[in-house]
Ligand binder design. Structure first.
Ligand SMILES: Nc1nc2c(c(=O)[nH]1)N[C@H]1C(S)=C(S)[C@@H](COP(=O)(O)OP(=O)(O)OC[C@H]3O[C@@H](n4cnc5c(=O)[nH]c(N)nc54)[C@H](O)[C@@H]3O)O[C@H]1N2
Ligand SMILES: Nc1nc2c(c(=O)[nH]1)N[C@H]1C(S)=C(S)[C@@H](COP(=O)(O)OP(=O)(O)OC[C@H]3O[C@@H](n4cnc5c(=O)[nH]c(N)nc54)[C@H](O)[C@@H]3O)O[C@H]1N2
Ligand code: SF4
Ligand SMILES: [Mo]
Length: 751
């Protein structure tokens, strides 16, 4: 058989690029290019997408269920544990037996769930992970969100009523972008899905607009920008509130016509900002007062402007305040919900029914540190506490799905030791890595080419309304469960309702259709659920569920109500390269669901947290070095270091520091340096560079692949060190529980 071409969405990052793959007769991916016919990505591709074939064909990828040989869990650093193949049924039987036993002996909360980043990129994750947590009934639910964007959910939850109503900068129509703590030239964008983000930034400049970047490093994005402001790590909230101050003080805050009468809390906000004139925050942020004032004026003067803050602003002690103030600026400059400003996408799979329950946090608290629940989750920063601390309610078992918290959670080394002490652990993961080596059972999903794709979690964050479905391009191997089947089976086991994964989908389809037909606002109001059930796509249950969501969605066919509307079949056959559903349009009314029915500009919990800003401002000026992270284009958190093409070139785990600091400490390029913090120490090779501001050092995360018991041969040869050995699990943003990765106090010891 000769070569063939297939198309699909890249599953690796938030940019959602369309790919064109060339496969040989045996189904091996030989070449990957950008799909020029994708209306959104138009052929754009990055080095990760281009090497998807190597990832897909990685010989270290697990192909069968593994179980730990013998009873003992591996102790960190001791005898390498041995994982041996087991049949799928045998592996699931061990999971059933152990979870049932532990729940009977120690209660529901003794089983915890941790869900990692790739789960937000898979179609199976959003469809089934929630069902597992629900079936378990555990309050010990953790995700990578509390190491990432949880502050944004909290700010949007309080401001707009819905933690998922996250406005994105309307990149293609804005004339002015103020971007803080984001480096899309390396990351390709986050909470803002925009294939060819670099090209879209250049287009802003080409049409006469301005891009300003605020970052403690002169990143590639900062270098491309028209202006770069170096900022001291962790101080964005001061800059942002001083911008708010300036807008009020200079009478630049507008209540644009379209927002008139739809915003609460303007006076409270003005009163809060009074104490933060630019002069007061200049020394703490490192940004001159005159520059802050000018930045505020430019923002107000720009016709269409957007403020966008990403991970650098979230993973700090003031993560929620930052996320809130970013959108406050969008409101005050009249740019929320208008073209060229910050807008709410309208994804094809989400019905436009409004959330009813007002947003709240702290419905329960973590057992050991008393940290509030947020979005149904507890902070990953306290997972080790809950495993290690004896007493009623202690975590005895853990389910991980697509996560590597040993490398991604704050003080991951402590978590590494804690995992070794669990009674039972099961991981749904394609690799035997730093985290899954502790699992008693590993259930690997099939390779990307055998996996369907639809971005349930990300299409609601795209800068154009767009949809694309990618069926598997290589048929699944005989008898090998898809990730959807793995997760559905786990949910069935934990609910005690048998082991037939199809039963779960049938139940979800039935309840969704019953709800939709009962709802007056729905296009299928008054119809028979049974009739609709029979109309669904004839594919897998995953495809039937997607079909149902699309047909009930804003562009859907409403099960025949609008014969030209979207169905999964149509998406698959008529739009194999994806379908453009238009530029973002104003839809604040559709998303707004605060109790007041207005945008809450000054929620009381946020106003109260501004006290923290006050007291810290009174402190003496910061001294000593602080650590921040960085991302490289050829990486993706912890798990692409096993692809040979990606661990070359600039993708290295070095310690960047300012030449002035290096000279002061007697450190030369290439020296090995010990980085010491409250929690631990790591050794890394020094790379002096003036792209990092004085007083700041930077190490990328996701490295540290030199542990026994893992099976990632390439990564082990490029091990690097785990920066999260020195980040501190005790430092969190109190409102969201989010980990603080930026601004960690460290000392350096030249070796
Ligand atoms: N190549 C690659 N792409 C990725 C990933 C990857 O690992 N590699 N990871 C994916 C994931 S999970 C995510 S969440 C996204 C993240 O996407 P981005 O948010 O764009 O992530 P980063 O590239 O880490 O950019 C964060 C920037 O914040 C800066 N920063 C650090 N501290 C501060 C601070 O206190 N204030 C300010 N203003 N800036 C600060 C850092 O120097 C860095 O340049 O990227 C995704 N894409
Ligand atoms: N110091 C520091 N720490 C950080 C960050 C930082 O900037 N600095 N960034 C944080 C951020 S933004 C994030 S999102 C987290 C990420 O935190 P995690 O999600 O915990 O870590 P990842 O490295 O993304 O691990 C992904 C895991 O999923 C597996 N996997 C890959 N594909 C699939 C799949 O299709 N299905 C399944 N089931 N598994 C799969 C991989 O083998 C790997 O084990 O890290 C956080 N940690
Ligand atoms: S930018 Fe992201 S989605 Fe696009 S090819 Fe690269 S990894 Fe894939
Ligand atoms: Mo992330």
């Amino acid at each position: 058989m000769g070569d063939r071409t297939a198309f699909r969405t890249c599953p690796l990052c938030e940019a959602l690029c369309g790919l064109e793959l060339t496969l040989d007769g045996a189904g091996v991916v030989k070449r990957v290019r950008g799909d020029r016919n994708d209306p959104f990505s138009k052929g754009f591709i990055c080095p990760k997408g281009a090497t998807l074939g190597s990832l897909d064909g990685d010989p270290d990828r697990l192909t069968e269920a593994l179980v730990l040989d013998g009873d003992a869990a591996p102790a960190a650093g001791s005898r390498p544990p041995a994982h041996i193949p087991a049949g799928w049924d045998g592996a699931f039987e061990i999971v059933r037996r152990e979870l049932t036993r532990l729940i009977a002996e120690h209660g529901k909360d003794s089983v915890a769930v941790y869900i990692g980043n790739p789960t937000a990129h898979s179609v199976a994750g959003p469809l089934y992970a929630g069902a597992i947590v629900k079936a378990l009934g555990t309050r010990n639910f953790y995700t990578a969100s509390t190491a990432d964007q949880m502050p944004k959910h909290v700010s949007c939850g309080h401001m707009f009523g819905d933690p998922l109503a996250i406005p994105v900068p309307d990149l293609d129509r804005t004339d002015h972008l103020l971007m803080l703590g984001a480096n899309p030239l390396e990351s390709n964008g986050s909470l803002c899905s925009a294939p060819d983000f670099p090209g879209r930034l250049k287009a802003i400049q080409a049409r006469g607009g301005k891009v300003t970047v605020v970052d403690p490093r002169r990143t590639r994005t900062a270098a491309l920008a028209d202006e770069h402001l170096f900022i001291r790590p962790g101080t964005d909230a001061y800059l942002l509130i001083a911008l708010v101050h300036t807008l009020f003080a200079e009478d630049l805050a507008t209540t644009a016509e379209h927002l008139a009468g739809r915003v609460n809390g303007l006076d409270d906000l003005r009163a809060l900002a009074v104490d933060f004139p630019p002069e007061r925050v200049a020394s703490v942020t490192g940004i001159p007062a005159a520059v802050i004032r000018r930045t505020a004026r430019e923002l107000a003067a720009a016709g269409r402007a957007a403020v966008y803050g990403r991970i650098g602003t979230c993973t700090q002690a003031y993560g929620t305040l930052n996320s809130w103030l970013v959108d406050v600026l969008n409101v005050l400059t009249g740019n929320l919900d208008r073209p060229g400003g910050a807008m709410f996408p309208r994804p094809a799979h989400a019905p436009v029914y409004r959330r009813k329950r007002p947003f709240t946090t702290g419905r329960w608290r973590s057992r050991v540190r008393g940290l509030p629940e947020v979005n149904g989750e507890l902070p990953v920063a306290t997972l080790a506490d809950e495993i290690e601390t004896p007493g009623e309610g202690r975590i005895r078992a853990l389910i991980t799905i697509g996560g590597n918290p040993v490398l991604s959670a704050p003080n991951g080394e402590r978590l590494d030791r804690a995992l070794a002490g669990l009674d039972f652990m099961v991981s749904v993961d394609p690799y035997l890595n730093e985290t899954t080596r502790h699992a008693h059972v590993i259930l690997p999903p099939p390779r990307p080419a055998q996996t369907p794709h639809y971005d349930l979690a990300l299409l609601g964050l795209a800068v154009r309304n767009y949809a694309r479905y990618s069926p598997p391009i290589v048929p699944p191997a005989d008898g090998r469960p898809s990730e959807a089947e793995l997760l559905a089976r786990l949910a069935m086991i934990t609910s005690g309702a048998g082991s037939d994964p199809a039963a779960l989908d049938e139940m979800i389809i039935r309840t969704t259709l019953e709800k939709a037909t009962a709802l007056e606002a729905s296009p299928v109001h008054g119809r028979e659920p049974d009739e609709l059930r029979k109309m669904l796509d004839t594919g897998t249950l995953t495809e039937q569920r997607l079909d149902m969501m699309l047909r009930l969605g804003p562009y859907g066919d409403g099960f025949g109500a609008d014969p030209s509307g979207l169905t999964l079949t149509r998406l698959r056959t008529e739009h194999a390269h994806g379908v453009d559903l238009g530029a973002l349009d104003p839809r604040l009314d559709e998303v707004l669901c605060t109790t007041s029915g207005r945008v809450e500009l000054c929620p009381p919990t946020f106003a109260a947290d501004v006290d923290r800003l006050h007291s810290a401002l009174a402190d003496t000026a910061p001294t000593g070095l602080v650590l921040i992270g960085r991302r490289h284009l050829r990486s993706n958190n912890s798990w692409l270091h096993n692809v040979p093409e990606l661990v070359r070139g600039s993708n290295t785990c070095t310690l960047q520091l300012n030449p002035a600091d290096a000279a002061r400490l007697g450190i030369a390029a290439g020296d090995t340096v010990r980085v010491v913090s409250r929690t631990g120490a790591v050794e890394a090779v020094a790379e002096p560079t003036d792209t990092v501001m004085a007083g700041v050092v930077s190490l990328p995360h996701g490295w540290g692949h030199d542990r026994p018991g893992t099976r990632t041969g390439v990564a082990a040869k490029h091990a690097g060190v785990n920066v999260n050995a020195v980040t501190d699990e005790m430092r969190i943003d109190p409102l969201s529980g989010n980990a603080v990765f930026n601004g960690v106090p460290v000392t350096l010891e030249p070796l």
